[in-house]
Design a protein around this ligand. Structure first.
Ligand code: SF4
Length: 419
């Protein structure tokens, strides 16, 4: 089978997948990920007015059908500065070797996502979160490649078993967009697309042989960059294990590549309920008509969505931005779930806020908006201690048979609670 044919080949379920393992290097923009014959088949059909202007200006010969194909979006993503400079002012990044010198987190931005901040985006929140910055070269104390020590908690490759009853399966090392603060930089740094069916076998076997596991999170990289049939093979394999109660998919795709949420994808997913989806959302500007359509399709398929947001300096570190984001998420049926303190990966200090900033944001939400709009603020403990929730000081202490409480307005109350 030649290379292109291999890339296009989606095997029917039930085949022996070990013979069709494909790991595809995608480090250059020139590499072909998909056959052009696949582009016109998408059933996604929303292009917002601002994005349409971008398409008309930079892709005048691209049809709406092509633009709405997630494969076209991945194929045409910006994966080097030269290409990115066609649509963005990258003049402040004057070092051509920058990416080679950096900590090797690749550059990849879908044309759709670039359409949300093209032109002269200085100070734009979405731009800052995905366009490389020279500050990435500054490595500060306490930063490390795998700050959560996930690799030491893998009983088999790419399966993290940190908590007693759940596991995290790192299903691919590829993302359609690379976030500059990614906790899994060490995993996605090669920008490889895995058709890793053989690589999943040991993980599936481990889960099958470990009855305590009732919850499997499929993450990566981004699992929604996998073709439907590969994803279905994985989900169907997990669903066939009696003690696996719920399957969760962790993804940023609905925010950066909403075209991926085809009717055929959600039709496949709904066969394997209960399925949950944790959606990585960064800023209210991400909630476009395209994203609304994608989340509507997911919700209508009965998939429960929660959000995960990394708190980032200069991007979303204010009560107003976070409140706006949480409100917009609730409106599209995504329950705000976590705000994370940014993990200390190398070159991330320009993104990190003091921990008190997260507490200030929770304090600014609690009492001032619906309880449903309030996520947990957590620190993923360095070294693999797991998520630790942090709360503002509502509990002030004890005074004899009373405890002292502070409400959202800062008023103090005494609550009778005999010892
Ligand atoms: S989508 Fe997730 S895994 Fe991919 S770069 Fe962003 S944070 Fe990392």
């Amino acid at each position: 089978m030649n290379e292109l044919a291999q890339q296009d080949y989606e095997p029917p379920l039930g085949l022996d997948f070990s013979s069709i393992e494909v790991v595809l290097e995608t480090n250059t923009a020139e590499n072909s990920l998909f056959s052009t014959t696949e582009f016109p088949t998408s059933d996604f059909n929303v292009i917002s007015p601002e994005t349409e202007k971008f398409r008309a200006k930079y892709f005048p010969f691209t049809t709406e059908k092509q633009w709405n194909s997630w494969r076209w979006q991945v194929q045409n993503s910006y994966a080097n500065f030269k290409k990115l400079s066609e649509v963005l002012d990258t003049s402040d990044i004057d070092d051509v070797d920058f990416l080679a010198k950096s900590r090797k987190l690749p550059l990849r931005i879908t044309p759709y996502y670039a359409s949300l901040f093209y032109g002269n985006p200085s100070g734009n929140a979405l731009y800052k979160s995905v366009v490389p910055n020279k500050l990435e070269l500054v490595v500060s104390p306490g930063e490390e490649n795998d700050p959560l020590h996930e690799e030491s908690m893998c009983p088999v490759d790419n399966l993290v078993h940190r908590y007693p009853d759940r596991v995290l399966m790192l299903s691919t090392g590829f993302c359609s967009v690379y976030c500059r603060y990614c906790t899994r930089t060490h995993m996605v740094e090669k920008d490889k697309k895995h058709y890793g069916i053989k690589a999943w076998e040991k993980s599936i076997e481990y889960i099958r042989n470990t009855p305590a596991i009732r919850d499997v999170v499929i993450s990566g990289g981004d699992p929604l960059t996998l073709p439907d049939k590969h994803l279905e093979f994985l989900i169907a394999s997990l669903r066939s294990i009696p003690h696996v109660e719920i399957i969760r998919i962790g993804s940023k795709v609905p925010m950066v590549l909403p075209q991926r949420i085809t009717n055929s994808l959600v039709k496949m997913l709904k066969k394997y309920h209960p399925i949950y989806m944790s959606i990585h959302a960064t800023h209210p500007d991400e909630i476009t008509p395209e994203v609304i359509e994608a989340c509507t399709r997911i919700a209508d398929a009965g998939i429960v969505m929660g959000s995960q947001t990394v708190l980032l300096k200069g991007v979303n570190d204010s009560v107003e931005i976070m409140k706006n984001l949480m409100h917009k998420l609730l409106k599209i049926r995504v329950k705000p779930y976590y705000i994370y303190q940014c993990d200390p990966i190398p070159g991330s200090s320009h993104f990190r806020t003091p921990v008190t900033k997260g507490l200030e944001i929770i304090q600014g939400l609690r009492g001032f908006t619906s309880g449903y709009a309030i996520p947990h603020f957590v620190i993923d403990a360095p070294g693999g201690g797991g998520k630790i929730p942090l709360l503002p000081e509502y509990y002030q202490g004890r005074d004899g048979n009373n405890i002292i409480l502070k409400n959202f307005e800062g008023k103090t109350f005494t609550y009778y609670d005999p010892i």
